[in-house]
Design a protein around this ligand. Structure first.
Ligand code: LLP
Length: 437
């Protein structure tokens, strides 16, 4: 039976929640809980969707997976298979990508404080490009590249003075952000001058900007594209600089709860491309190659976390708490961002709710709540719960707080499950500890 949630999710003959053709109860029993389950077909669909839209519009493009959303060997291999480029933001993500065999020329390196060691690593691996973020980095990298007699492609990250706060946009005149070079305060132009002047070290291929995350409208992207394109018209005249690439970042929204109404991923792309083409055509500029960096919209909805219910506490007349065997360790987002989620009982996802419970984690702090006021059929200790849309910034932000081992991750596709990250053991937890005596 169809189950209108995400991707390949359905309710099977037994009435259980099934993902990728695999019964979630079986997954919970085989791999234990908490367990992150990824619907591989949905990830592929999203990746192909973005690429196809660019193809249909006839523009040159790169779709880079923003791997801070979920970084692991297996997801890198999947993204490589789908022809994605890759955005990494640390030596750790870069190392994982290289270990995964990611085509190095398709790796882009971001970050507002890349260390010397991280930059050397990127140069040793000869990755596709580095996104320059600040003057310190320009200086550091120029020195490294000159000493090594090496040249690398770079983008300059600009802050276009537009900040998206999910539903509305703030025009920040002063470009108050820790990232990038301000477009309106002259820093971006100064950065471009410096990079062009160091042409023995840098091949300046274009500009980058990222306006925010979990955005439900195209307005902010269109505004950003417009501002940057207008600026490019000026720089074409004044600096003789032509941006071969324009990277508009990520931030396309997903549906955590029924209240969330994201656009089709393709819609963002169409609007961005239309605006860029409009300004370029209007001024006789060539349309740059357009890059985007989706993270959440590629993997967020594809992830589901399975938990097992344990203790219950009733505060008479106030609330029923139902605690699960995970919590803020594997999903910090409710505690950190007041993020909302939805969940069902994996054994009977279609049953009518009989009570309202609040889903608590097992960490020793009151803020460790996963979902407040969740309508649910009567659930008892031992029941499995499936929390939806945990694929982005879930495992990636997981911690060992309270010395709780991190969960396992399985990929499911066409009726098969594959373990891609092992559950941590207690021994793993102490592997870097050194005894005092
Ligand atoms: N590109 C850049 C330069 C970024 O900074 C980000 C996200 C992305 C792409 C991908 O954005 P996405 O498509 O995933 O929205 N931990 C937070 C999200 C932080 C996002 C940081 N940058 C959360 O759990 O909501």
């Amino acid at each position: 039976m169809a189950f209108e949630r995400y991707g390949t999710m359905k309710v099977n003959d037994k009435g259980h929640l099934e993902i990728g053709g695999v019964d979630t109860l079986k997954l919970a029993e085989s791999y234990g809980t908490p367990l992150y389950v990824y619907d591989v077909a949905l990830i592929r669909e999203r990746a192909r969707g973005f690429k196809k839209t660019f193809e249909e519009l006839g523009v040159k493009a790169q779709v880079a997976y923003a791997s801070k959303a979920f970084s692991a060997i297996a997801i890198y291999q999947l993204m490589a298979e789908e022809g994605m480029s890759l955005d990494v933001v640390s030596g750790g993500e870069l190392y994982t990508a290289i270990e995964a065999g990611y085509p190095k020329e398709r790796i882009h390196f971001h970050g507002n404080n890349k260390t010397r060691e991280e930059l050397v690593m990127a140069l040793d691996y000869e990755i596709g490009c580095i996104v320059l973020d600040n003057f310190y980095e320009i200086e550091l990298l120029t020195e490294l590249l000159r000493n090594r007699k090496q040249k690398i492609a770079v983008l300059v990250r600009v802050t276009p003075g537009i900040e998206a706060h999910t539903h509305d946009y703030i025009l920040t005149g002063q470009d108050d952000s820790k990232f990038g070079f301000g477009l309106t305060n002259g820093q971006a132009e100064e950065a471009i001058r410096q990079v062009l002047a160091a042409s023995d070290a840098f091949d300046l291929i274009g500009l980058h900007c990222h306006i925010g995350s979990q955005i439900f409208e195209t307005t902010g992207f269109v505004m950003a594209a417009h501002r940057i394109m207008e600026q490019l018209v000026t720089w074409h005249e004044s600096l003789g600089f032509d941006s071969k690439v324009l990277n508009l970042g990520g931030g396309f929204g997903v549906r955590y709860t029924e209240e969330d109404k994201p656009l089709e991923p393709a819609e963002y792309v169409r609007q961005i491309v239309a605006e860029i083409k409009k300004v370029a055509d209007g001024h006789g500029l060539a349309v740059p190659e357009i890059w985007i960096e989706p993270g959440r919209s590629l993997v967020g909805e594809a992830g589901t976390t399975l938990y097992q219910a344990g203790s219950r506490k009733e505060v008479p007349g106030v609330r029923q708490y139902l605690a699960v065997d995970g919590g803020m360790n594997d999903n910090i987002r409710p505690a950190l961002y007041e993020a909302h989620y939805e969940a069902v009982l994996a054994r009977r996802p279609l049953d009518k709710p009989e009570e309202t419970i609040s889903l608590a984690g097992k960490c020793c702090e009151s803020g460790d709540m996963l979902i407040w006021d969740l309508p649910l059929p009567k659930a008892a200790a031992g029941d499995y719960l499936a929390v939806f849309c945990t694929g982005a910034y879930g495992y990636a932000m997981a911690s060992n707080y309270n010395r709780i081992p991190r969960p396992a991750v399985v990929f499911v596709e066409n009726g098969e499950a594959k373990l891609v990250i092992k559950r941590e053991s207690y021994a793993d937890l102490i592997q870097n500890d050194l005894a005092l005596n």
